[in-house]
Structures are given as structure tokens and as C-alpha cells.
Design a protein around this ligand. Structure first.
Ligand SMILES: [Zn+2]
Length: 371
């Protein structure tokens, strides 16, 4: 539990102290940002491995704790030859505002609305009329943003989910949209400062000579928390079908210890709009080097029950409240937090055990090909 923090300042100071002990520490600020993004680089090789955390503030301090655990317990397992061949970079809490305010998104002070940073990457905002469209989201928006009501609204969303599980409308809610600032998974109308800073960090990591990039984001909220067994699911989400070379790479290096989940719908392109992983793959495409990206997801289970319905309802209610009253109802906020970052100590410990398996596999890979 010592790796977990209660707020952004505590998390960042823990990270900075440990980072300075084992690597080269740096901090990135953008002019209008109150929070800085901190990083540590360990090793000096041209093959880059990046682990980032905190894109979504509602997911709490799991990613930060995982990185602190890595710095405290795992850096010593990396061999000298591996430190020559690889640089491993930890990017700590990309969305500082969201983390401190326990919101998934970044509040857009200038234009209003809540922007999901992971729908803001790699989007060309210069031509508003050419922004990506997600017409299926529009079908779900009215019910999601309807007046909060635990019985009527819950039943309406439950019914909507049953009706639209097969036609892709339910799934499309999370794919990203660019026209409804208080809608769910809104990607914004310009690049967020956190996006600009993150790209600057990655460009600095890649320099001119990078020979490869493996980038993994740490997230929570997809999958199960088995309260009685005190265990959680973990899964590496790859935004490509199972036969894609990137999926095969992760399978070969990390499975079966780390379950790999491909996206078989991403045949002609990524399913999510504006996500970091696909943005990175596009950004370094012209270099003709291997670029492998994924998100590591820790399950948070069924809280309270029927989590898919509750999660979407709570997200819609939070937006309704912000739009109409300027603040989120305490109960909605508590439900959201618990859905993405359970307060249960057993969850926190189980989540670290799962990510330790991922880190051990990465170190094993680094060491074994650096002999
Ligand atoms: Zn997330």
C-alpha cells in the first residue's frame, strides 16, 4: 500500500524521489498547465520502452503506484547489457488536473465541456467540418444525458443497452465524439496542453535514433474484481486484430502470463478515435521502425451491480449535473470513483500483483535479448 497516494502532489513527490535514485528525472510543463508531467529514464539504449500512467484521473493512483513499485523493486533486475540496449521511460500521470480532481477528463476552461484526453490525440482540429464523426453516439446521447433518476433512467439505459448491444450503438458510446462538449467520451475542439506536452515527451524519447518503441499505458476499469477471492483481471488491450503483427508481438513476448485482448473490429482502422496508442503508431510510421503500443487494463468488477449500465448512467448523470448545476452530485461522484478505482485494499494489492507480472515479463524480454 505504500506505493499508493491520496493526491497528485503526494504521488508526484513519491515518484520524483524514487526516480532520482535510479534514473534521469525530468518534468514537462506547458504554459497554461498547473500540473507538470514527470518522467524518469533508466538505461541508455536506442530501443525505447515507455510505460505511461494517469491519462484518466478517475482511475486514481493505481498507475502511479505501479510505477513507484517498479522504481523501488524492479529496476535492479534489469541487466547491464539490457540497460545499454534499451531505455525504459516511465511517464507519470499525464492528466494531473483529472487526477487531483478525480475526473476521467480534463475540464475545458476556455470552451466548456469535459474532454477525454484519450480521444484528443492525433486528431486534426484545424478543419472543424472534417472532424471524425460517430453517428451511433448521437442515438445514445439523449438517454445518457436525460434527467438523473435512479429508477426511470436506469431502466431506460438498461433497455437501451439490450436493444443496441448487437447493432454497435452501445459500443459506439465510448468510441469518441467531437460535437457534444458535455456528452460522453468527448474529444474536444483543439489539442489539449496535456496532449502537446505528452507528444513533446515522446518526441524527446524517440530523438533521431530510436530503433524501436514499445509503449504501454496503465489503466483501470475494464474487467472484473473478484471481491471474495481478492483478485482482479488484467489484460493487455491491443488496438489491432489478432493476426496483426503488433498483436502477435505482444502474444509472443507476454502471453500467457499477461492475457492479450486484440480488437478484431479494427480491420480497416482503429476503433477508438483520438487515442494515444494509435496516435503514437501513426506519428512514428515514417521512420520504418517497429512501434508496438497497448493499454494494460486492471479490472474493477461489478460495482455496484450491472456495472456497464451503472457506469454509463453515472457518467451521464455527472454531465447532466455539471451542465445544469455546475457541480456533480456527491453520490454520483462516489459511484464513479468506486467504479474505476475501488477503495478496497484487497483490490489495490491485487492490482499491483497483476502489473508486477507484466513488468517481470518486460524485464525478462529486455534481459533475454541483450545477452
Ligand atoms: Zn483509462
Amino acid at each position: 500500500m505504500k506505493f499508493y497516494s491520496e493526491n497528485w502532489f503526494e504521488a508526484t513527490s513519491k515518484f520524483a524521489h524514487r526516480a532520482m535514485d535510479v534514473g534521469v528525472f525530468s518534468a514537462y510543463k506547458t504554459p497554461d498547465m498547473q500540473y507538470e508531467i514527470t518522467c524518469v529514464t533508466i538505461g541508455s539504449g536506442d530501443n525505447k520502452i515507455v510505460i505511461n500512467s494517469g491519462v484518466h484521473g478517475i482511475e486514481g493512483y493505481f498507475g502511479s503506484a505501479a510505477q513507484n513499485m517498479f522504481l523501488a523493486n524492479m529496476v535492479s533486475k534489469i541487466s547491464e547489457p539490457a540497460l545499454d540496449k534499451f531505455s525504459i521511460v516511465l511517464i507519470h500521470v499525464i492528466n494531473g488536473w483529472g487526477m487531483q480532481n478525480r475526473m476521467r477528463e480534463v475540464f475545458d476552461k476556455k470552451n466548456g465541456g469535459l474532454i477525454d484526453l484519450n480521444r484528443n490525440f492525433g486528431i486534426d482540429f484545424s478543419k472543424p467540418e472534417q472532424l471524425p464523426i460517430n453517428p451511433k453516439y448521437a442515438i445514445a446521447h439523449p438517454v445518457l444525458l436525460s434527467t438523473p433518476d435512479k429508477i426511470i433512467k436506469k431502466e431506460a439505459i438498461k433497455k437501451f443497452r439490450q436493444e443496441h448491444l448487437k447493432d454497435g450503438v452501445w459500443a459506439a458510446i465510448s468510441h469518441g465524439q467531437y460535437y457534444e462538449p458535455y456528452g460522453l467520451f468527448y474529444g474536444g475542439c483543439e489539442r489539449l496542453p496535456e496532449n502537446v506536452a505528452t507528444m513533446r515527451i515522446y518526441d524527446d524519447i524517440m530523438g533521431k535514433n530510436a530503433k524501436s518503441l514499445i509503449s504501454i499505458g496503465l489503466h483501470t476499469g475494464l474487467g472484473r474484481f473478484y471481491r471474495k477471492k481478492a483478485d482482479v483481471t488484467s489484460s493487455l488491450l491491443v488496438s489491432h486484430p489478432e493476426t496483426h503483427k503488433n498483436t502477435l508481438f505482444f502474444k509472443e513476448k507476454l502471453a500467457p502470463n499477461v492475457p492479450i485482448t486484440p480488437d478484431n473490429n479494427a480491420i480497416s482502422g482503429p476503433t477508438l478515435l483520438g487515442d494515444l496508442v494509435d496516435c503514437l503508431e501513426n506519428r512514428y510510421k515514417s521512420r520504418n521502425i517497429p512501434v508496438y503500443t497497448a493499454d494494460f487494463e486492471i479490472g474493477t468488477g461489478e460495482f455496484p451491480i450491472m456495472s456497464p449500465v451503472y457506469k454509463r448512467m453515472d457518467m451521464g448523470d455527472a454531465r447532466y449535473d455539471l451542465l445544469h448545476y455546475g457541480k456533480i452530485n456527491n453520490e454520483t461522484w462516489a459511484n464513479l470513483t468506486e467504479s474505476w478505482y475501488p477503495s478496497d485494499v484487497r483490490w489495490k494489492n491485487a492490482a499491483l500483483r497483476r502489473v508486477e507480472i507484466l513488468f517481470n515479463d518486460i524485464i525478462y524480454y529486455m534481459n533475454s535479448i541483450s545477452k
